[in-house]
Design a protein around this ligand. Sequence first.
Ligand SMILES: [Zn+2]
Ligand SMILES: [Zn+2]
Length: 305
Amino acid sequence: MEKFQLNILGCGSATCTTQHLQTSQVLDIRDNLFMIDCGEGTQLQMRRMKLKFARLNNIFISHLHGDHCFGLLGMLSTLALLGKTGTMTIHIFKEGAEFFKNALDFFAYDMPFEVKFNVIPNSKAVIYEDDAITVTTIPLNHRVPTVGFLFREKPKNRHINREMTDFYNIPIYKLNDIRKGADFVTADGKTIANELLTRPADRSISYAYCSDTKFSKKVINAVKDVDWLYHESTYADDKYLSARKRGHSTAREAATVAHEAGVKHLILGHFSSQYNDNTRFKTEALEVFHDVTLAKEGLRIDLTK
Ligand SMILES: [Zn+2]
Ligand SMILES: [Zn+2]
């Protein structure tokens, strides 16, 4: 399977503690890095986790609360000092694009790379696409406009069965079509079915990031059947009312989303600084959903599993 790896840089909520940093994570998809949110401390975490700055060309900002974007300016400025070239695209709401554009004009007007702002809507839309993946926004239910992001690999090519393609003397220039599912027609007009010439493609991976949000039925529909769901769980059961009031979820609610959406794995994060020990998040979530991982700074998860 080709690489599809999640790196947790920060998984605390608004207040930084010695235990947790503000939100940021990096998806490494076939050696291209995609950053989701960029709280304070993100550039240091990139170094600690030995993630290559040069491979980062897209940053997705879920909403304009400081704990999800205060690290952006510092990191872009460091990238300039490191001599980054090419283009960095920031996928962000309109107000964020305006704010950071002004700030960059003031602090970093001679950047050696281009910063592009892709203004994203507060509704469902495909906001990024390349040969390998699409990224779709997931409208969330928070105190300010907020979207999650669904990263989905496109269907992959089938694997060539060398023995069979050699047996039928299939020319190399035909192999690409065969990887995509084409049959082969021999010189004497006989059709060789694709299933005989190939083995099935690897499955395509999907990863949904949902932070920050209240429990929402709409989110359940948006993340139906994804492989991996990262869902915020700022609070545990004891602070259910705080979750309601502040537009956040409890671990149990995150697990309910995972269960009802039929996802395969759940990752919890965005933990409130009011908790010294996060084990109760896992205990409460496991009462509803069977596969729960607690996010942690420095954690890497192979999402192909
Ligand atoms: Zn937050
Ligand atoms: Zn927020």
